[in-house]
Design a protein around this ligand. Structure first.
Ligand code: ADP
Ligand code: ADP
Ligand code: MG
Length: 461
């Protein structure tokens, strides 16, 4: 049955994005918000709003009971979790279904399996999808890792089974370091994710991050091609593109087919992303994880395929089958997204919340700005620093880069520092133009170009 009233259990730019899609589908929206977000753009745009608790996320956006009460009080029949917060929490999905409401996403069982990165590796291997060489199952001691370490050699990554958002990954360069980090990583994973489970992966050097967007309705799965997210800082994505610029001939077909195989194996329902590392020298790709939710960088896929992924999620949650067959999904042009964070890139990305005294939003052909900003908005200090995303589309990558530079020059966020100057510098960089990068490339670039960012920023006013 088509959804009638949707509660948005998230905040920021993704809440705004979900409200927009719901409204176009004729679905009433209720924004669940903390006390710190009473004046947010999402609250202003939604049909109704319910306060769910005080500013700390643990007492609001992560409070399952408070969110369910808000859904009940507002007459919602469905809940969209966005990304982060409870989006990949199987207990949340289960509680929603138990209350007789619809969770906009996969089943609690799928989330539980894929959210456990060790179980997901096993599911990928069973589906015939290549995984990064490493341990099988969870490692409960340093001794248990000995055999794997002989195969992988050093350096090696220690990863938390429940990790996410670039957190819960350590690199060990020798056995001493491994022993020390292993115990530390287990304790920290337990504290941060409530699960101390660890596994080990070989380091794929100079890899690219390439991920495949999938959509499933519980019966059929289609892919919406890939995104490349190799420009990262501390294992977090900074800049994303679609399609990937680095795939050798034939790799796209194999990569997308592998992602569909894995999603089919779990009868996937909703929007999901299968992430891979790609070695462009050997042409090999390796599964790293599946995210069972909408991703921050979904708009680049929307630009190159013409699909509305949030609308697809809402339709599927309402019981409709996929609206497009695989043959109907085609790639056109090139899209780039840059994350605009309230951080000062010239001062080691120090968070910079504050009052946005004035705002100029870029526009024109092929430009999209998904954000939580409005002039006079006071950015609260309690949450993620993502203010929004600037996304551009053009016929090809060189034109998309030119358009990105042009749109960034139009953007003005007065009163706070943002990562926009970093993106302006990257859009003009020769290596970026040639797409000669890998997941550690940006960190090296930042070491050499921090000074340049300072100048750019002061010049940009
Ligand atoms: P994407 O995979 O969509 O690029 P990110 O990895 O940047 O997304 O994460 C999106 C948001 O979700 C960020 O705010 C990030 O901190 C948060 N996040 C992702 N995974 C987890 C997790 N397991 N626990 C807590 N927060 C998470
Ligand atoms: P998260 O759940 O935090 O998103 P991922 O497993 O997706 O963690 O990895 C995040 C990033 O860390 C990747 O995009 C990549 O840059 C780096 N990374 C992860 N695994 C490996 C690996 N085996 N070798 C090299 N880099 C890796
Ligand atoms: Mg990931």
């Amino acid at each position: 049955m088509a959804l009638r009233t949707l509660l948005i259990a998230n905040r920021g730019e993704i809440a705004v994005r979900i409200i927009r899609a719901a409204r176009e589908l004729g679905i009433r929206t209720v924004q669940a918000h903390s006390a710190a977000d009473a004046d947010s753009l999402a609250v202003q745009l939604a049909d109704a709003a319910v306060e769910i608790g005080p500013p700390p996320a643990s007492k609001s956006y992560l409070d399952i009971g408070a969110i369910l009460s808000a859904a009940e009080a507002s007459g919602a029949d469905a809940i969209h979790p966005g990304y982060g917060f409870l989006a990949e929490n199987p207990a949340f999905a289960a509680a929603i279904e138990q209350a007789g409401l619809t969770f906009v996403g996969p089943t609690a069982e799928t989330i539980r399996m894929m959210g456990d990165k060790v179980a997901a590796r096993e599911a990928a291997a069973r589906a015939g999808v290549p995984t990064v060489p490493g341990s099988q199952g969870r490692l409960d001691s340093v001794e248990a890792a000995r055999e794997v370490l002989e195969q992988t050699g050093y350096p090696v990554l220690i990863k938390a089974a429940a990790g996410g958002g670039g957190r819960g990954i350590r690199i060990a360069h020798d056995h001493h370091e491994f022993e020390r980090l292993f115990h530390q990583a287990g304790a920290e994973a337990k504290a941060a994710f409530g699960d101390g489970g660890l596994y080990v992966e070989k380091v794929i050097h100079r890899a690219r991050h390439v991920e495949v967007q999938v959509l499933g309705d519980g019966e059929r799965v289609v892919h919406c091609f890939e995104r490349e997210c190799s420009l990262q800082r501390r294992r977090q994505k900074v800049w994303e593109e679609a399609p990937s610029v680095s795939l050798a001939p034939g790799v796209r077909e194999r990569l997308c087919a592998a992602a569909v195989r894995l999603a089919e194996a779990v009868n996937y329902r909703g929007a999901g992303t299968v992430e891979f590392l790609y070695d462009d020298e050997s042409g090999e790709f390796y599964f790293i994880e599946m995210n069972t939710r909408i991703q921050v960088e979904h708009p680049v896929t929307e630009f190159v395929t013409g699909l509305d992924l949030i609308a697809e999620m809402l339709r599927i949650a309402g019981g409709a089958p996929l609206s497009a067959s695989q043959e109907q999904i085609a790639l056109a042009g090139h899209a780039i997204e840059v994350r605009i964070n309230a951080e000062d890139p010239a001062s080691d990305f120090m968070p910079f919340p504050g009052l946005v005294s004035d705002l100029r939003i870029p526009g024109g052909p092929g430009v999209r700005f998904d954000s939580l900003l409005y002039p006079g908005y006071a950015i609260p200090p309690f949450y993620d620093s993502l203010l929004g995303k600037l996304i551009v589309w053009a016929e090809d990558r060189p034109r998309a880069l030119a358009r990105l530079g042009r749109a960034l020059a139009e953007l003005r966020v007065e009163g706070v520092k943002t990562t926009a100057p970093l993106h302006s510098a990257l859009a003009a960089d020769e290596e970026v133009k040639a797409a000669r990068f890998h997941t550690r490339w940006l960190e090296g670039w930042l070491e050499h170009n921090a000074a340049k960012l300072k100048t750019t920023e002061e010049g940009a006013g």
